[in-house]
Design a protein around this ligand. Structure first.
Ligand code: FES
Ligand code: FES
Length: 165
């Protein structure tokens, strides 16, 4: 069936079985491979995307559920030839970009968190950052540098604003 939705700011239509995993639609049908697969069971957060601004596990999302909605993937945050988002820069600066499996999901969850901070005017603390990335697992190096990176980005503004400075 034809499924129309907004993908990274552009109106998009895909022809997909309604119950196909949206992760597969992104990677295989649309060629957007920045979103990774880890567990495939909704446990690790590697496949995190934003749907109407909320963090969602694409591996558990039936394609039909994006109909008429706004989807953002990691590709939306920076152009391969252009500057990285402020969060991506901050994660690099703090050595919080640790591996290619967990980092994409961490960036998406962190982006949603930074937007929430901006909308509410709240100040980030370790606890709130840990809560924001609670659905994103790292099984090897730990979370302290990731938290440091998100905190650094929060002190500098939202990723989207900074990406186009
Ligand atoms: S791959 Fe989707 S939550 Fe692990
Ligand atoms: S799983 Fe990516 S750094 Fe641990």
């Amino acid at each position: 069936m034809k499924i129309t939705f907004e993908l990274n700011g552009a109106l998009t239509t895909v022809d997909s079985p309604p119950l196909a995993r949206f992760l597969d639609v992104l990677r295989d049908t649309l060629g957007l491979t920045a979103t990774k697969e880890g567990c495939g069971e909704g446990e690790c957060g590697t496949c995190s995307i934003l749907v109407d601004g909320e963090v969602v596990n694409a591996c558990l999302l039936p394609a039909i559920q994006v109909f008429g909605r706004s989807v953002e993937t990691l590709e939306s945050l920076s152009d391969p030839a252009g500057p990285l988002s402020k969060l991506q820069e901050s994660l690099l600066a703090t050595d919080g970009a640790q591996c290619g499996i967990c980092t994409p999901g961490m960036v998406m969850a962190g982006t949603a968190f930074l937007r929430q901070l901006k909308a509410t005017g709240a100040q980030p603390c370790d606890r709130s950052i840990r809560q924001a990335i609670a659905g994103n697992l790292c099984r090897c190096t730990g979370y302290s540098k990731i938290i440091e990176g998100i905190k650094m980005a929060a002190a500098q503004g939202t990723p989207q604003e900074s990406a186009h400075d």
